[in-house]
Design a protein around this ligand. Sequence first.
Ligand code: LLP
Length: 389
Amino acid sequence: MLIGQFPTAQFQKIETPFYYYDMDILRNTLEEIKRRAADAYMQVHYAVKACATPEIMREIAAYGFGADCVNGEEIKAALAAGFPAHKIVFAGVGKTDREIRLALEHNIFSFNVESLPELEVINELAGEMGQTAPVCLRINPNVNAHTHQYITTGLNENKFGINMEEAVAVANRCLQLPNIHLIGLHFHIGSQITDMEPFQTLCVRVNQIMEEMEQAGLSLSHINVGGGLGVNYEHPNHLSIPDFENYFNVFRHGLNLREGQTLHFELGRSMVAQCGNLITRVLYVKQGAHKKFIIVDAGMSDLIRPALYQAFHRIENLTSDREEEIYDVVGPICESSDVFVKDFAVSGAQRGDLLALRSAGAYGEIMASGYNLRRLPGHITSDDIKKND
Ligand code: LLP
């Protein structure tokens, strides 16, 4: 049986749980980003941390986007997927010497530097290699993103970035370091942000700090405002493409960019969340003292977002058109937090049914672990399925 866009008959042949990526949704999303960020001064990078599945990365690279990497492994994966080194930015509070050397060897576009000690180390290593490191300073703008506390990054209490008060001093230090070339500033305030107000506040802070830098005689060619645009987890079917128009307009109108400046974005979730689904099979339906449980073969090791952030993923029963019932959908792992959703209406379930956990393309497969010695989930794309038809 085929419900919605899912090739359920083909799913029956695949061992569950696995991730299913709908490449048409991905392509529509990428087209929309290209259309809405078409200005020559805008450059969009894909935040690899959201999903490093090769098929997904290759598609995004083929569209001409850059890559935002947080360590050496992500840099290697980005290069292998076809992202050119000159479009790779490298962020992260704890870059190791090996990773810094790797990035220098490949001549990446920029290091997003998060502290003065890191800056000094990059200068030293670049000097040893006879190179100059291009650097954007990551500034912590102290903007409340009004999102889950674990995915807020731009507050003074967070470990990320250089604080606003120190920014000019660190920028001046860049000028004294012989192997550092300061090219710009970087910001990122958090993730799953659906209200535009935090981004507007970010624009105000960025304008303010650009003024301060200018007054100190520092010129900057690149402004990187990070990522963070949220997706609609409640309605993945009719709102599968995030509001990129509004998002890019906030920065287009809110920033006082100078002549010749380039504006960079690092989008993760908004690029890939809606194209991915975790497909799982119902093992048992059990009547508890007060509620009914659907026990599935996927667990928090396959998709940790509900357990870690109390995140909601819509669940659909792909093989049932029985009347809906209210269930808790839970995994097999020995943790009380191994629950995908509580008190949720799903079409009447029975052993063997296939369920889809929607909007799981971002921070889904990539965050899977081997807890309980479980196997990592596999994946398949709609292109693979078309090929085998
Ligand atoms: N740039 C930087 C510096 C970041 O730290 C992040 C995400 C991004 C860009 C991409 O942000 P996005 O566009 O995806 O919001 N595992 C969490 C999300 C962690 C986000 C970490 N940083 C989750 O599952 O919700």
